[in-house]
Design a binder for this molecule. Sequence first.
Ligand SMILES: [Cu+2]
Length: 328
Amino acid sequence: MKLNTLKMTMALLLVIPMALTSCKKEEPEVTPVTPAAKSMTYDYEFNNGQVVASAAYDGTHKDDMTAKIKVEENSAGKAKITVTLNNTINGEMYMIHSHDAADPTTTPNGTPYNETPNSDVFTQMVTGNGASVSVSQTSTMTYAQITSSYDAFFVVHDPLQAISTTDISTYLFVGAFARTQAASGLSRGTYNYAFNTGQVAAAFAYSGTHTTSLSGTLNIQELGDGQSRVTVALENTINSQIYMTHSHDAADPATTPNNTPYNETPNSNICTLMIAGNGDMAYSSQISTESYADLTTTYNGFFVVHDPLQAINTADPTTYVLLGSFAR
Ligand SMILES: [Cu+2]
């Protein structure tokens, strides 16, 4: 009895590892034995002056882009870097660079970085597709170097203007390379405008031949220096027509030349844009010295898009294809 028990125990001890081995063998050979590769992602907001308050992006690119850097450790321990850009413009080529940090007293133009990007880390370009695009490079540095000791700026240059390596207001994105970005706390307001069917006043309803499918979106983006970026996007525009898009300050009709409840001269510090229709969504933007709080709470004006199909008439709101309170 005692001997049998011992034999059984020994048999079990032999069988258990065999069972484990055979069990392992039955598994499909897709699971690598190596430990999970290291990986980190870093999110970037559009350049609204978070890093250099005086150099928020000032150009014609739409400001609803976001970017992401993913750093992965490859089997050789090097950092594979993938940059993803969201809300790109179809057909435009985006230059994406790592610019090594440098002492501004030693650089030719006083920049706090080398103007020549570091091609050993990330110097790539990618063509936009109207949505999200990605591009990768395996750097010569290790994962640990890129994510902890490498000191550089992540820069995405604007494809819509000549490349400048000194003017940070031409950068769509700028931030510490492969580092978690501090929350900016910058505000953004979005206001939608349907076609003018008399929402402001029945007597102001549009009268003309423009298709009523036109609509607009006004975005107010707070910038790091206290100013604002004012962007207007129009949907269902007519190709090759120019849409005069204005903020008209509210006024007492008893005091205006043609008794309009607004100043007929638009407020050029807030919104005087000419948007070129393209048969689809068209947009433009400008920087206003007014603060986000002023524009979205205290400023009292009208958002007006004039009909491109008839002579502009600032006294006749029935020629306005879009009309509403500005940023409300
Ligand atoms: Cu106007």
